[in-house]
Design a protein around this ligand. Structure first.
Ligand SMILES: [Zn+2]
Length: 363
């Protein structure tokens, strides 16, 4: 339905067995030798040393005992912002490099996992919520390409050669892709693994990655390989020659939304939310420290007076029938929106159940 908006959080990626935020650092640490081999500047080794000396990380440590990735990135951001040091050994230049090493690690871990996992449940979800001729309206907090891939698959039902999602920001090498080749809107609030950004001239480009290369429409768009953009001989900006870097807003408390491209995405997200009559949240836990996103949602959905038009799909392994008032996520949604339509059995179970069918919006 054209007046439905789908909002995806990390739990949606989890439902296709993708890695969650709290699994990224332990995976990076476990795969440090592998990562170091592709890192001529030695950033990975410095990051490992930083985690070991400053955060007591060691081999075999359970993931619960790692510092949270948002906390770690926030501490680095705070030190960079204030130009202060944790310790004489870690000066500001080194801290900036460590932050870059974490971005590299996030990319590697996600990319490696993403090539493998199936996206069937996202495909069913889109097909169910947006039957043709409607096109998907999706907002996501994820960097990965699970929903991108599913949207492109679905676009082949719309026309045989498929279409690219409209990302609603100025991706330079997508400029020749006309509106007739676009299928749905995909608003990636925190950026995307395959968006490459020049910090000098602010040019944004789409980079090809292994997980999306199979689609013929991508084949027409020549982009630099994302992986190589991290290395010293990485892809240069077509305008100024400076090395391109992925545009990812890190899961940090000082999220940088000042980027002009992301500003446009956030503006569009606000517009789509305001025009919606129904919102479906999948795997977004509405954490209290996600103030910017909560502000966007609270304002964007203020016009929806019937809370049952807001559906929240969560996964509670212990008790799929748990009431929203008994679940921390349910309580947070109720506090913001009232007595919402709540499902705690996970995405697949919601799709399988009759109640998973969209309720016709009230006119
Ligand atoms: Zn440039």
């Amino acid at each position: 339905m054209d007046d439905t908006v789908l909002f995806l959080g990390a739990g949606a990626t989890k439902s296709v067995k993708g890695p969650m935020t709290d699994e990224i650092l332990p995976r990076m640490y476990a795969e440090k030798s592998l990562l170091a081999a592709a890192d001529p500047k030695g950033l990975v080794a410095r990051l490992v040393q930083f985690l070991e000396t400053e955060f007591h990380v060691r081999a075999g440590l359970p993931k619960e005992e790692y510092p949270g990735l948002p906390l770690l990135m926030s501490l680095l951001d705070m030190a960079l912002d204030r130009r202060e040091l944790f310790h004489a050994e870690w000066d500001v230049t080194v801290l900036a490099e460590l932050r870059q090493a974490i971005e590299l690690g996030i990319f590697d871990v996600l990319e490696e996992a993403l090539v493998k996992f199936p996206t069937n449940n996202h495909y069913s979800l889109l097909q169910r919520l947006f039957p043709l001729p409607c096109t998907p309206q999706v907002i996501t907090t994820n960097y990965d390409l699970v929903v991108d891939t599913s949207m492109m698959h679905l676009s082949r039902q719309w026309r045989p050669e498929g279409g690219l999602p409209n990302y609603r920001c100025g991706i330079a090498n997508l400029a020749p892709v006309g509106p007739e080749q676009r299928f749905g809107s995909l608003l990636k609030l925190h950026g995307s693994l395959n968006w490459l950004y020049c910090r000098t001239c602010q040019r944004l480009e789409l980079g090809a990655t292994d997980s999306t290369r199979f689609l013929s429409i991508y084949g027409q768009i020549i982009g630099p390989d994302l992986r190589s953009s991290f290395t010293t001989d990485g892809a240069p900006c077509g305008v100024c020659g400076r090395q391109l870097r992925p545009l990812l807003v890190a899961p940090s408390h000082l999220k940088d939304y000042r980027n002009p491209h992301l500003g446009q995405v956030w503006y569009e997200a606000q517009r789509v939310l305001r025009q919606s009559k129904r919102a479906i949240f999948v795997g977004y836990s509405l954490p209290d420290d996600d103030v910017e996103v909560i502000y966007l949602l609270k304002r964007g959905l203020a016009h929806i007076t019937d809370p049952k038009q807001i559906t929240v799909v969560e996964y509670c392994a212990e008790n799929p029938l748990i009431l929203p008032q008994q679940h921390p996520v349910g309580r947070r949604y109720r506090a913001l929106f009232g007595d919402i339509d709540w499902h705690a059995g996970g995405l697949q179970s919601w799709l399988d159940s009759a109640s998973g069918l969209p309720i016709a919006p009230v006119h």
